[in-house]
Design a protein around this ligand. Structure first.
Ligand SMILES: [Zn+2]
Length: 283
C-alpha cells in the first residue's frame, strides 16, 4: 500500500469519515505506538489546520512532553501529553498515520510530530480539520466540543435515555442521528447503515416514528457500530486511512444489491453528501 493511495478518494462527494468506530480503533493503535515516547519536534506543514495558538507556540510549547494515551471523544481525537492535550477534529478527510523512517511531506500533510519512537502525521486532503494544543482537560476553546450528547456507544446511553433525548429532536431522522448534540460519533455513512438495519427510511420525520421504531433504531445503532468496531479492530492505521469500507450494507453502494433483501440500493445526493437506502427494507 502506497503512502499516497488514500489521496484517490472521490473529490466531488464528501465522505464524512472518520466516525466513532474508526476513531476508537485509531486511538487504540496510536496509544500502542506513541505512549511512553516524548516529543522531539512538532512541524506545521500547513498552518490552516492549527487553531487556538500561534504556530510558533504550537510547535514549541509541548516539546519534551511524553505521550500518555490517545482516546476518541465522539468525532474528535484527544492525544494526552503530560501538561497538554492535542485535540484533533478530522472533519471529513482527516487521516492519521505513523511512520518510522523519514517521509517527505505531501500537499495533504498538515502536521507531523516527531517522537523518540515513530513520527505521527496528520493529513487532510480538504484541509477542513482542526488541530488544537490546549492545557490538559481544557477544551473550552475547541470549536464544537462542548454541548454534545453522550457517545453513541456510551454504556450509560440506555434505551430510556435514548428515547428521552430523541423526543427533543425534530426533522429528518438521518439528520437527527448525525447531530452531535443528540449523540456523538455518528456521521453520514454510518447513519445510512444504522437506518437500513433498523428498517427506517432516512427522510422520515423523527416525529413520525413510533415507540417500536425508536427501539429498533436504538438497537440498530448499538449493533451496527459495535459490528463495525469489531471489523475495523483488525486493521492498521494505513488500511483505515484509505477508507476501505468493504463492510458497508448500503452506504456508497448505490445501484448494488441490498444484502438484506436482494433488491437495489437507492441513492440521493444533497449538499454534496450521499444518502443510500433500500426501498424495500426501509419504510
Ligand atoms: Zn433491502
Amino acid at each position: 500500500m502506497t503512502i499516497g493511495s488514500y489521496l484517490n478518494i472521490q473529490r466531488d462527494i464528501l465522505s464524512d469519515m472518520p466516525e466513532l468506530p474508526e476513531l476508537q480503533v485509531i486511538s487504540a493503535e496510536l496509544t500502542d505506538i506513541l505512549a511512553g515516547h516524548s516529543i522531539k519536534q512538532i512541524t506545521v506543514h500547513n498552518h490552516i489546520v492549527v487553531h487556538g495558538l500561534p504556530v510558533d507556540e504550537f510547535t514549541l510549547v509541548a516539546v519534551g512532553e511524553v505521550f500518555q494515551k490517545v482516546r476518541a471523544d465522539g468525532k474528535f481525537i484527544i492525544m494526552t501529553l503530560e501538561k497538554h492535550d492535542i485535540v484533533i477534529n478530522p472533519m471529513l478527510t482527516g487521516r492519521f498515520r505513523t511512520v518510522s523512517r523519514y517521509k517527505k511531506p505531501t500537499k495533504s500533510d498538515m502536521v507531523s510530530i516527531q517522537t523518540t519512537g515513530e513520527t505521527f502525521w496528520y493529513s487532510d486532503l480538504k484541509k477542513m480539520g482542526r488541530v488544537y494544543l490546549v492545557p490538559t482537560g481544557d477544551y473550552s476553546g475547541v470549536a464544537g466540543f462542548g454541548d454534545r450528547g453522550p457517545s453513541a456507544l456510551d454504556p450509560d446511553l440506555t434505551l430510556d435515555v435514548f428515547k428521552d433525548r430523541i423526543k427533543q429532536r425534530n426533522g429528518q431522522i438521518k439528520n437527527v442521528l448525525r447531530n452531535q448534540q443528540f449523540v456523538k460519533g455518528i456521521g453520514n455513512a454510518y447513519a445510512d447503515e444504522i437506518l437500513v438495519y433498523a428498517g427506517i427510511l432516512p427522510f422520515r420525520k423523527r416525529s413520525s416514528l413510533n415507540e417500536d421504531e425508536i427501539e429498533r433504531l436504538y438497537d440498530s445503532m448499538r449493533k451496527v457500530l459495535t459490528r463495525i468496531l469489531d471489523v475495523l479492530s483488525g486493521r492498521s492505521l494505513d488500511e483505515i486511512a484509505i477508507e476501505k469500507r468493504d463492510f458497508m450494507m448500503v452506504h456508497n453502494r448505490g445501484g448494488e444489491i441490498c444484502p438484506l433483501c436482494g433488491g437495489r440500493v437507492s441513492e440521493v445526493k444533497a449538499n454534496r453528501f450521499k444518502t443510500n437506502y433500500c426501498q424495500s427494507c426501509q419504510k
